[in-house]
Design a protein. Structure first.
Length: 461
């Protein structure tokens, strides 16, 4: 997969950056350049104008259902927690008091309160199932929604990859297995583009969107000539890097370097300061704003990882253990809920004002829920028995509540929804036919896109 880093280009294991690699190729080509007109002719056609794109807000660590969107004010104090419910602008829908903006915008989203799974209660199983619809077994990895969309709808015009993850990949969450954010059996061509840069940093820029020194985009004759020159200059890479991954990386790198549309999409500094403030001047808020910009410029699916680990930082994983997993419910009150409240409502409001919400599915979810019973430190531990997921935009009917949990928020009371049903709803909410669509699996065997039914009552026809 190709990654871009702020201020410093992507590094190979021998210390050479891709920027250096590109420069060597350019020198070998004698300064030959690729014109924007040539590039535009070579770029694959993008999706139809009526396609529905997706922004997935992945809430790493897993928010507590009882302290966010499914409060139980009548439960014993060892279960209900410290927060009070507040009314929203949708009659009968109450959420946590620390989401005051969400309360005013509840008519823009729908809430599924009965999501559950029965796999091991570790972060990674939830990551896999919630982003692919499958639990990985026997070494078989399944593709992320974004990789599936990349396969079905192809490359994005204008030099942008079809599937982007902001601000970077998920790191250590406890167990060294896949987080489900790759292309799986679809192969390297459909791997995500990881930005690896923080849009909230002062002076944020993606340095590798600039052409290397000595390369004049107006003078290159053909894209193939430059690729051939790089191959001749750096054959050592042929022995160490998968050919498909290498070709895909080249393709994305050149598109990003030479396409003005790509540069504009990433240039968050063109946004008004007031709008940037509305999203929140933090990594998550600015990543949500950048996600909107990328979708606006043609990216088909953007995942925003709210955090990249659960260790030694404030995140949704509220064990309150006094050590590396020390997030507590006061952190929900002071930091996490306000941060999400601001960015999520800004995103929905911004998409709505730009006429993009009906063509952009917005999904916000964690990997499981939290224990109904508070632990002896006042925190909550892992609990896949039930939790809540937010849907908005695309084909989603807003202002709905799907399913419910029992009186203690421990398991679904009605309308249980499994991760593969979430996946089916994502695909169908993007206008993808889940009944007939097949993917080229291992040994090119056709595999179903998902093996479940969507939440039909929440979707427009």
């Amino acid at each position: 997969m190709l990654t871009l880093q702020s201020h410093q280009g992507p590094q190979f294991c021998d210390g050479m950056s891709r920027r250096d690699f590109l420069r060597v190729g350019a020198v070998s080509a004698g300064g030959v350049g690729l014109s924007l007109a040539d590039l535009n002719q070579l770029q694959a056609a993008g999706g139809k104008s009526g396609d529905i794109n997706c922004i997935l807000l992945f809430l790493i660590g897993a928010p507590s259902q009882l302290d966010t969107w499914d409060l139980k004010p009548n439960a014993p104090d060892t279960i209900r927690g410290p927060f009070k419910p507040t009314k929203t602008n949708v009659p009968g829908l109450d959420i946590c008091e620390h989401f005051p903006l969400m309360a005013k915008h509840a008519d823009k989203y729908s809430l599924v309160r009965s999501v559950y799974h029965k796999a091991a209660p570790i972060h990674e199983t939830g990551h896999q199932m919630m982003q692919t619809g499958y639990l990985f077994r026997g070494g078989q990895e399944y593709p992320h929604y974004g990789s599936v969309v990349s396969h079905l709808r192809g490359r994005t015009p204008g030099g942008l990859p079809p599937f982007v993850i902001l601000p970077g990949p998920v790191g250590n969450t406890g167990v060294n297995v896949s987080h489900g954010q790759g292309a799986g059996y679809l192969g390297a061509k459909h791997e995500p583009f990881f930005l690896r840069a923080d849009a909230a940093e002062k002076g944020f820029q993606i340095s590798d969107l600039q052409a290397p020194a000595g390369v004049d985009p107006a003078r290159l004759k053909t894209r193939k000539e430059l690729l051939d020159a790089i191959d001749n200059a750096q054959k050592v890479f042929e022995a160490t890097e998968d050919i498909r991954s290498r070709d895909n990386a080249y393709d994305q790198a050149f598109s990003l370097i030479f396409a003005e549309k790509a540069k504009k999409a990433f240039d968050i500094t063109t946004e008004k300061p007031e709008l940037r403030n509305r999203y929140g001047r933090n990594t998550f808020g600015q990543s949500c704003l950048l996600a909107r910009r990328l979708v606006e410029h043609g990216v088909k699916l953007v995942t925003v990882n709210m955090f990249d680990t659960v260790f030694n930082e404030i995140c949704w994983d509220c064990h309150a253990d006094g050590g590396g997993l020390n997030t507590n419910l006061n952190d929900y009150k002071e930091t996490l809920c306000p941060m999400f409240d601001l960015a999520y409502t800004a995103l929905l409001e911004d998409l709505k004002q730009r006429g993009m919400l009906e063509n952009t599915l917005v999904l916000a979810m964690g990997e499981f829920g939290r224990t109904p019973q508070l632990n002896n430190r006042g925190g909550r531990d892992h609990w896949p028995g039930v939790w809540s997921v937010l849907f908005a935009g695309g084909k989603v009917k807003p202002g709905m509540v799907i399913g419910s949990s029992d009186k203690n928020g421990a398991e679904p009371r009605d309308r249980p929804v499994s991760p593969d049903q979430i996946a089916a709803t994502v695909y169908k909410g993007m206008g993808i036919d889940i009944e007939s669509t097949r993917l080229p699996g291992p040994e090119n065997r056709p595999l179903p896109i998902v093996e479940a039914e969507a939440i039909e009552e929440m979707l427009r026809s």
